[in-house]
Design a protein. Structure first.
Lengths: 111, 116
């Protein structure tokens, strides 16, 4: 079926290191959303990308949407312990009324 | 504005029983989606309701069902519970139906169901 693949599944970094998670779809996406779920919490919406090649920044977080609208990435610069959690991407498959979540990347940080 | 409210927060049931979970969306949101989350399994989509109609359905057995009321509140029912149904069940509301425009999901705190 239509899937959105997210890698890596887990990432452990030292505080201050950078972190990137990638999201890939076999089909074109209308848009892509990113969510963060803190341990013990629920997913919280971070951002949405709609345009081909779009780049958006939120402080230390940089979100990109690929030119072909089939992939996306979230990059965190100089991680802090508050960045701990699982990051999910969710893409709307073009032509289908469906939001498909990636499996998530769980980020842990060594202080 | 109040967020998405799910009740109960925790539930313990026995195999074979049935359970009903409730979700009150953000005021004005007409779409309600349900997800199952188990450790290491990400968010598994159950179904989405919009204007009291099921619009999308995931790959879950018929034991999982839901409905939406005219005030957009939604309930999810699981019958003949199995041990594998133990999970966090998350409800999310949004302004528009999935795929119809750019509408983010607002999740509730979830109901943690334990089946013994």
């Amino acid at each position: 079926g239509q899937q959105v693949m997210q890698i890596p599944q887990y990432q452990h970094v030292q505080e201050g290191e950078d972190f990137t998670t990638y999201c890939n779809s076999s089909t074109t996406l209308s848009n892509i959303q990113w969510y963060k779920q803190r341990p013990g919490g629920h997913p919280v919406f971070l951002i949405q990308l709609v345009k081909s090649g779009e780049v958006k920044k939120q402080k230390r977080l940089t979100f990109q949407f690929g030119e072909a609208k089939k992939n996306s990435s979230l990059h965190i610069t100089a991680t802090q312990t508050t960045d701990v959690g699982t990051y999910f991407c969710a893409g709307t498959i073009q032509g289908a009324q469906k939001l498909v979540f990636g499996q998530g990347t769980r980020l842990t940080i060594n202080p | 504005k109040a967020g998405v409210t799910q009740t109960p927060r925790y539930l313990i049931k026995t195999r074979g029983q049935q359970v009903t979970l409730s979700c009150s969306p953000i005021s004005g949101h007409r779409s309600v989606s349900w997800y199952q989350q188990t450790p290491g399994q990400g968010l598994q989509f159950l179904f989405e309701y919009f204007s009291e109609t099921q619009r999308n359905k995931g790959n879950f057995p018929g034991r999982f069902s839901g409905r939406q009321f005219s005030n957009s509140r939604s309930e999810m029912n699981v019958s003949t519970l199995e041990l594998g149904d133990s999970a966090l069940y998350l409800c999310a509301s949004s302004l528009r139906q999935s795929g119809q425009g750019n509408s983010p999901l607002h999740f509730g705190n979830g109901t943690r169901l334990t089946v013994t």
